[in-house]
Design a protein around this ligand. Structure first.
Ligand SMILES: *Cc1c(COP(=O)(O)O)cnc(C)c1O
Length: 461
C-alpha cells in the first residue's frame, strides 16, 4: 500500500513512513493511493466480533509489511485495554431510529483517544525495530494534546511536546496535559491563542534543518494513521445495527473534518452508509461551503463546543483531492487561494461533494436547548459537541437508522454543561483524583527560536 500527497509533489511513502511524517513536504496530506474494498461477506462476518477484532480486519489492508498480524493484534489490544467500557464504543438509543455512538470512554474522555492510543503503540513499535527516536510536537485547543500526552507518556523512543494556549483550555483539559509525570512528555503553555500554537508547529515543520535534526513527527489529525483508526468505529456501529444487509446514516460533529473523513473512507471501503452528515456549530465554514460552493473564512467566534471552533478545516483538503479527480495541482491552487481568505469550489467538484455529504449547523441557543431536551427525553447528558450533532441529525432522520457520534464525555466540559443543565457532571471514578495530582508545565513565549532551543535542550537530556 502506497501513500501519495494531495498536492502531488511529495515523495510516495509506505504506511509507516506516512505515519512518521505527518504533513507532506509539499504542504499536502497523505492519502492511500487506492482505498481497499471489503466484500459484503467480509463485512457481514464482523457481526458480533469485538471492537479489537473489527479494528484488525478494517485496518490490516492499509499497513503493508509494517507489522506482522500477531504484532498488530498485540498493539490493538494494548491500545484499547485502558478504556472504561467493555464495548469500547457503545451505542445508546435516543429515539425510534436515532442512536448515539459513545466515543468518550477512553482515558481522556474524547474520541481522539481511539486514534491516539493506537498511533502511540504503532509508532513505538515501529521505532523500536530500528532503534530510532522521534520528537513529536503538536498544537492543541485541549483534546488532541491531552489524548497525545496519555498515549505517549513513558514510551521509550518518543519525546512529546504539546503547545497549548495559556489560560485558554478547560481545567480538566489542562490537568490531563500537566499531570503525567513521565520524563518524555512536556506540556508547554504558550502565550497566544490556538492559531498561534498551530502556526509555530507549522513553522517547525517548514524549517527543514530543524525538522530533520530533531526527527520531527506530527500527530495532529492530518496524520493518516489517525484517520484510519477512526474508520473502525463506523464499521463497528453499522454492523451492530444490521449492516451490510441494512444501510445506516451517520451525523458527525466536526471542525477539522478528520472524523467525518473517516466515515467517507468507510463508505469507500464498501460500508453501506446512506447519509453522511456534517454538523457544525456557528463556526460553519463547512456548512456554508456545502450550500454555496464558496469556502471563505470569516473569523472564529468562541462557542461552548470549543473543539470545533476552527476556520481552516485541514482534512477537507483530502475530500477536495477526490472531488477534483485527484488532481494535486488543482488542490495546490485552492490552498494558495485560501491563504488570501478563501476559494470557490468548481461545479463538478461541488456535485461530487453534495452527492457524498449532507450538512447542517447549530447555534449556541440550539446547542443548549438540545442538551436540555435530550436529557428530559432520555436521561442522557450530552457534551456540547455531541449536542450539535444530535440537533443536525434530527433534521436528517430517514428510513436508515441514524447514528450520531458523541465525541466527548460531558465531564470534559463541566462549565458549559453546568450552565445548560444546572448540575455539574462528575468525572468517572477512575479519574476522580485528577484535581489532586501535581501539575508540571513550562510557560513559553510565542517565539519560534526560543521554542526550538527548548526542544533541542530537552531531547538532549
Ligand atoms: C476534535 C473534536 C471534534 C472535531 O473533530 P474533527 O476530527 O476535528 O472534525 C469534535 N468534538 C470533540 C469533543 C473534539 O475533541
Amino acid at each position: 500500500m502506497r501513500y501519495i500527497s494531495t498536492r502531488g509533489q511529495a515523495p510516495v511513502l509506505t504506511f509507516s513512513e506516512a505515519m512518521m511524517t505527518g504533513l507532506a513536504r509539499d504542504g499536502g496530506l497523505y492519502v492511500p493511493e487506492v482505498v481497499p474494498a471489503l466484500s459484503k461477506a467480509e463485512i457481514a462476518a464482523m457481526a458480533g466480533q469485538s471492537y479489537e477484532e473489527i479494528a484488525f480486519r478494517v485496518m490490516r489492508p492499509y499497513l503493508g509489511s509494517t507489522f506482522t498480524d500477531a504484532e498488530f493484534k498485540g498493539l490493538i489490544a494494548k491500545a484499547y485495554a485502558g478504556f472504561g467500557h467493555a464495548a469500547r464504543a457503545p451505542l445508546v438509543q435516543l429515539g425510534p431510529n436515532h442512536f448515539l455512538l459513545e466515543l468518550f470512554h477512553g482515558p481522556t474522555l474524547a474520541f481522539k483517544d481511539f486514534a491516539m492510543q493506537l498511533i502511540g503503540q504503532m509508532m513505538q513499535a515501529a521505532l523500536a525495530k530500528t532503534g530510532e527516536r522521534v520528537t513529536i510536537v503538536g498544537a492543541t485547543s485541549g483534546d488532541t494534546g491531552s489524548a497525545a500526552m496519555e498515549a505517549f507518556r513513558g514510551l521509550a523512543n518518543v519525546d512529546l511536546f504539546i503547545l497549548y494556549p495559556h489560560g485558554r483550555v478547560s481545567d480538566v483539559q489542562r490537568r490531563q496535559m500537566t499531570t503525567p509525570s513521565e520524563a518524555n512528555v512536556y506540556a508547554l503553555a504558550m502565550d497566544g491563542d490556538f492559531d498561534d500554537c498551530q502556526a509555530r508547529v507549522k513553522d517547525m515543520f517548514n524549517d527543514f534543518a530543524f525538522r530533520d535534526g530533531v526527527r520531527l513527527a506530527g500527530v495532529n489529525s492530518i496524520n493518516w494513521a489517525r484517520v484510519l483508526a477512526q474508520v473502525v468505529y463506523y464499521f463497528y456501529a453499522a454492523v451492530a445495527l444490521g449492516a451490510p444487509e441494512r444501510s445506516v446514516s451517520f451525523t458527525v460533529p466536526t471542525g477539522n473534518f478528520g472524523d467525518i473523513f473517516a466515515g467517507y473512507i468507510a463508505r469507500k471501503m464498501g460500508l453501506p452508509i446512506e447519509q453522511l452528515v456534517i454538523a457544525t456549530n456557528q463556526n460553519d465554514i463547512l456548512d456554508r461551503a456545502m450550500k454555496t460552493g464558496d469556502y471563505v473564512q470569516n473569523g472564529v467566534t468562541p462557542t461552548i463546543s470549543p473543539s470545533m471552533d476552527i476556520q481552516v478545516s485541514s482534512n477537507f483538503e483530502r475530500a477536495l483531492f477526490d472531488a477534483y479527480g485527484r488532481d494535486g495541482t488543482a488542490v495546490s491552487v485552492l490552498m494558495d487561494e485560501l491563504k488570501a481568505g478563501g476559494f470557490h469550489i468548481s461545479q463538478g467538484a461541488m456535485g461530487m461533494l453534495r452527492e457524498t455529504f449532507a450538512s447542517g449547523r447549530c447555534s449556541e441557543a440550539e446547542t443548549t436547548a438540545t442538551m436540555q431536551r435530550i436529557f428530559a427525553e432520555t436521561g442522557e447528558i450530552l457534551c456540547p459537541h455531541s449536542a450539535v450533532g444530535v440537533k443536525v441529525a434530527e433534521e436528517h432522520l430517514g428510513d436508515a437508522p441514524m447514528i450520531t457520534l458523541a465525541t466527548a464525555h460531558p465531564a470534559k466540559f463541566p462549565d458549559a454543561v453546568e450552565a445548560a443543565m444546572g448540575t455539574r457532571p462528575a468525572l468517572p471514578p477512575r479519574m476522580a483524583d485528577l484535581f489532586a495530582r501535581p501539575e508540571r508545565v513550562t510557560r513559553v513565549p510565542n517565539d519560534l527560536g526560543a521554542l526550538q532551543t527548548l526542544i533541542r535542550e530537552r531531547i538532549a537530556r
